[in-house]
Write a protein that binds this ligand. Structure first.
Ligand SMILES: NC(=O)c1ccc[n+]([C@@H]2O[C@H](COP(=O)([O-])OP(=O)(O)OC[C@H]3O[C@@H](n4cnc5c(N)ncnc54)[C@H](O)[C@@H]3O)[C@@H](O)[C@H]2O)c1
Length: 356
């Protein structure tokens, strides 16, 4: 007898920009049903519910969590509510996919981790780069030893004009600027591909020199759903040197505003047997027959395919909830990345290296 597997009923909390990528992923996943949508803005929640055929609409996430029909939730709200909603969801018996960053502070991160342990539920952190197909290909090469020991990584996410405004530039709701918003992706990507070494020390700088450059004309840029240029107390740019106990290091710089010639996205890893680039495009560097060889993998997307990565991430979450897979981005990794990010801000504020 074939037993038909139950589909997971999903609630999406926060119906702004990124929720669309989660919803597209759930809509394409045959083991999930988009059951409920919640947003403080009811019109926005209703529009998403209509588009994706959700049965229920909420404006208070606590009411959504009290719904016994919901098995799992995606949290796509401002960063300041990630910890609070994650903890409440776990205690309500729901599995959780929480957008990056996991939260704003280490104290929050520890409380989320404790709630995962107490509840026995799953929390997947939205480190979407880990789920991209180009990352999966590189991970296979790394796991097979093709790069050897990775001892150095270099990452850059530079926007010359890209402060999204609204909650993103309100530190109370975001926890910071480009470092916590986009730096988190590339730091995590390097750390994950380096084999998640234990962090030893962090030295960072943050700058507030250019503001959000909202006076710039004739050049468009990404803006928050509720854009407001007046509110801006986050850094324009940040850089950091992160050292690990195994001797490896990451050098990173990120910006929302910078007098740069163009935007730039770059992630490079260097090992003792080979090197690799994953941003802007996958490339592997090695030696063969005393010759340096650049390997250009022939795959559909050598670059980061945004929706494909989100669909993989959502599907991986659903399969993990059903017990078919292990998540690639567990809560512990969210805690370690929070430790790195908050240490960079602390080092920048004190002018001193933070040692662990
Ligand atoms: N993985 C990625 O590449 C990626 C990209 C963009 C944003 N994000 C993350 O996704 C989250 C949302 O970002 P966004 O760009 O969609 O922002 P957004 O401003 O477009 O949408 C956020 C929505 O959350 C709602 N909201 C806020 N607090 C709420 C609460 N307590 N209950 C219910 N609804 C609430 C707001 O009303 C808004 O509609 C952020 O944490 C951000 O860091 C991730």
């Amino acid at each position: 007898m074939i037993v038909k597997q139950k589909k997971l009923n999903i609630g999406v909390i926060g119906a702004g920009s990124i929720s669309g990528s989660h919803l597209e992923g759930y809509a394409a996943c045959e083991d999930a049903v988009i059951f409920a949508i919640c947003d403080l803005n009811e019109t926005r929640a209703k529009a998403a519910a209509d588009k994706y055929g959700a049965t229920k609409v909420y404006t208070d996430y606590r009411e959504l969590l009290a719904d016994p029909e919901i098995d799992a939730v995606s949290i796509c709200t401002w960063n300041n509510s990630h910890a609070e909603i994650s903890i409440a969801a776990l205690h309500a018996g729901k599995n959780v996919m929480c957008e990056k960053p996991l939260c704003k502070t280490m104290e929050e991160a520890k409380r989320v981790e404790a709630a995962v342990n107490e509840s026995g539920k799953l929390l997947q952190v939205g480190f979407v780069r880990r789920y991209a197909s180009n990352t999966a290909v590189l991970k296979r090469f790394i796991d097979a030893g093709e790069l050897g020991e990775i001892y150095y990584a270099k990452a850059s996410t530079i926007r010359r004009l890209g402060n999204p405004g609204g909650w993103f530039s309100d530190s109370e709701r975001s926890g910071g600027g480009p470092l916590i918003d986009i730096g988190v992706h590339v730091i995590d990507l390097c750390w994950y591909l380096m084999g998640r070494p234990k962090v030893k020390s962090v030295s960072g700088n943050t700058y507030r020199k250019l503001g959000n450059r909202s006076h710039i004309q004739n050049l468009s840029f990404y803006q928050a759903a509720d854009y407001n240029a007046e509110l801006n107390d986050v850094e324009d740019m940040a850089n950091a040197l992160i050292r690990f106990e195994n001797g490896a290091s990451i050098l990173v710089d990120v910006s929302f505003s910078l007098h740069a010639k163009s935007d730039e996205s770059m992630v490079k890893l260097y090992g003792d047997k080979g090197g690799a680039e994953i941003e802007p495009e996958l490339l592997i560097v090695t030696e063969q027959l005393d010759t340096i060889v650049n390997i250009n993998p022939q795959i559909d997307d050598r670059g980061f395919n945004f929706q494909d990565a989100f669909s993989n991430e959502v599907n991986h979450f659903v399969q993990s909830c059903l017990g078919h897979r292990e998540t690639l981005s567990p809560v512990q990794d969210g805690v370690e990345i929070t430790k790195i990010l908050t240490a960079i801000y602390e080092s920048a504020a004190t002018g001193k290296e933070v040692q662990f």
